[in-house]
Design a protein around this ligand. Structure first.
Ligand SMILES: C[S@@+](CC[C@H](N)C(=O)[O-])C[C@H]1O[C@@H](n2cnc3c(N)ncnc32)[C@H](O)[C@@H]1O
Length: 228
């Protein structure tokens, strides 16, 4: 099944004629599925299945952070599109001072309860300016959902702006090999496109992984990015 058709089916969102407004879509989704993985994961899967997928994804993620981050005490980790904060505790357990950002107030409210040790901001990532840099930035299944081309480029620039000179950016996404595929709520970009835009920002991919989650059968790409 083609990637976009699979993603649409998993998210149970079909294209409509209504213009897609990302912050509204996500806020409504977080309200509809409050307390469930379905807010951030395929609604067609059970919470148990989604929880297993998140565990699998988290173990890969923490492994690359442990291997790539040259951590000093009190180093900051910025999680953009943090959702309900499912991944925050794992980052805190590694000893990072964690900051989470999501534009859904409903998601951030739950994240604050789930991980009171971390700080959270309700914000669009593209225009974010926290006035500091982070040793690690994570963008986990977020960039795929930025369908507007300028906003996606502004988001990459924002991530570069917030990254320490020796920091690492970890992205999990579903990269497509076609350049112009477009769905209402998601837009995969190719590995080549990522390479070119990251290069323009003085960044380069230092590790790539591909994996399929135990339950959501969409191929995931994990990129570890550092300064060129
Ligand atoms: C698929 S969920 C992933 C949540 C989290 N990263 C995780 O893996 O548990 C995507 C999240 O990104 C947020 N998001 C999407 N685009 C965003 C943007 N441009 N700025 C801020 N948050 C965004 C959504 O509100 C949603 O909570």
């Amino acid at each position: 099944m083609p990637l976009l058709q699979t993603i649409r089916r998993m998210l149970e969102v079909e294209p409509t004629n209504t213009p897609f407004v990302a912050p509204q879509y996500w806020e409504m989704r977080h309200q509809k599925y409050e307390g469930s993985y379905k807010a951030i994961a395929p609604p067609s899967l059970s919470d148990e299945a989604n929880a297993r997928d998140w565990e699998f994804k988290e173990s890969r993620l923490l492994d690359v952070i442990r291997r790539h981050a040259h951590k000093r005490d009190g180093d900051g980790l910025l999680d953009v599109g943090c959702g309900t904060g499912m991944l925050i505790q794992g980052y805190s357990d590694l000893g990072f001072d964690v900051v989470g950002v999501d534009f859904s107030p409903t998601a951030v409210r739950q994240a604050r309860v789930r991980a009171p040790q971390a700080r959270f901001f309700v914000s669009e990532v593209a225009t974010l300016d926290l006035g500091r840099r982070f040793s690690v930035i994570t963008a986990i299944e977020v960039l795929l959902h930025i369908v507007d081309e300028k906003k996606w480029l502004d988001t990459l620039a924002s991530l570069a702006r917030h990254l320490d000179p020796s920091g690492v950016l970890v992205i999990i996404d579903s990269l497509s090999h076609a350049h112009d595929e477009h769905a209402t709520h998601c837009k995969p970009r190719s590995a080549e496109r990522y390479d070119a835009e990251l290069d323009a920002l003085g960044l380069r991919v230092v590790e790539r992984q591909q994996f399929t989650l135990p339950n959501e059968h969409v191929l995931k790409d994990l990129l570890v990015v550092a300064r060129a």
